[in-house]
Design a protein around this ligand. Sequence first.
Ligand code: ADP
Ligand code: MG
Ligand code: ZN
Length: 501
Amino acid sequence: MTVTELVSYEDALAAYDPVMGLEVHVELGTKTKMFCGCSTALGAEPNTQTCPTCLGLPGSLPVVNATGVESAIKIGLALNCEIAEWCRFARKNYFYPDMPKNFQTSQYDEPIAFNGYLDVDVDGEVFRVEIERAHMEEDTGKSTHVGGATGRIHGAQHSLLDYNRAGIPLIEIVTKPIVGAGAKAPEVAKAYVTELRELIKSLGVSDARMEMGQMRCDVNLSLRPQGADKFGTRSETKNVNSLRSVERAVRFEIQRHAAVLGDGGTIIQETRHFHEEDGSTTSGRVKEEAEDYRYFPEPDLVPVAPARTWVEELRGGLPELPRVRRNRLREEWGLSRHEMQSVLNAGAIELITATIDEGAPADQARKWWMGELARRANEDGVELTALPITPAQVARVCALVKEGSLNDKLARQTIEGVLAGEGGPDEVVAARGLKVVSDEGALGTAVDEAIAANAAIADKIRGGKVAAAGALVGAVMKATRGQADAARVRELILEKLGVEG
Ligand code: ADP
Ligand code: MG
Ligand code: ZN
């Protein structure tokens, strides 16, 4: 099916109600693998971080990584799940070269965490996504297919296998069917994955970097006629690896399903591939029946039975969760939802928080990061965090403004200097000579000169036209190369001309 045959998004939503299911895999940031002591560090030479266990050699025995279990429980708790009193690992049997044991150690009907939810904000409203389960498993190795056109196995001349990734702990988080999102389904999906990523990062259990494959999402979607109860047949778009792609995949599948159904066709249950280039999906593997993985409890591992005291200890140690923290900061900073959204979109929350922690007032910290600095980052095409200026330096500029050493214009020049690598704020101020002229004697002289040079304007002001003072303030600012405090200059002018401000 080509893109031109899709039904328009509006027409699709007029006729059908979308139902989604999101399966997210998160690679945990443990030092060692889930069932052996091999390193999980990225970037090593292929097949240098392996051992008999993660290579599936006969006679090797797995041992559970306690930090992996702890991370899984933390994720479960943060997702408001129940934590199993007792659960087991299971073997999911299938053959694929990137999985040398011929089974993946996973969990099946006894997940460590189940029945939770995650609240997400969509357009100022709260949408609750229900969580079916979060379970522990292990990653597979990595295949590289060489010689084909697309990097897929089809058409390749040979394949290379790297087992460094085999056995890295994964947590799979599966939602219950998400209903009621309507036309906002693509946004809800994106908001959910975004919130989940923030949550995982805040727990410190993974960096959850989607571009590095540390977090990957499968998008299930079906449509049912508006008003129907029964779910339609779903498609499952695999490995959607960016937030934007999640949104696009949902949107595309809604339009594609509507086209097929509208033509009297049927959706077949299949996996699909997502294409970044045009946001389309194409058919993968047909999955009419649940695949027979011949699951059975893993006989080489003891059951996991986390003591309640441990679970409660972990619950007590959870950090303030991102959504709660965001709402608190929004209140403290006195921002509207819209303003807070801009801060989030700019990736400025941590920078502003750190600047405030360094002593800057909230409104000033936000002003610099969201104004001047956001503009610079945008111009240079980099993230705010990549700018060569620290929160402490921004806070120092705020302090110099507050004590009256810098006015707004000079502060901007100071920041410019810091960004240009001229040193910290104090060094830039000293080197560029950016101090406000606060010496009253010097200012008074400058004001006298301005009055003398603009006698006609001065007369107008004396006659009561106070608004004309702006021209004299401008003249003094020019004479002092912008290094005077404009408000003080204005005061002096009115004082000398004997009028009330
Ligand atoms: P599988 O192993 O086949 O991927 P899972 O149960 O792991 O099955 O995941 C299926 C996902 O799709 C879950 O998030 C589930 O809530 C969701 N889902 C199930 N049925 C439907 C449906 N008809 N339409 C949309 N999503 C569905
Ligand atoms: Mg699945
Ligand atoms: Zn190993």
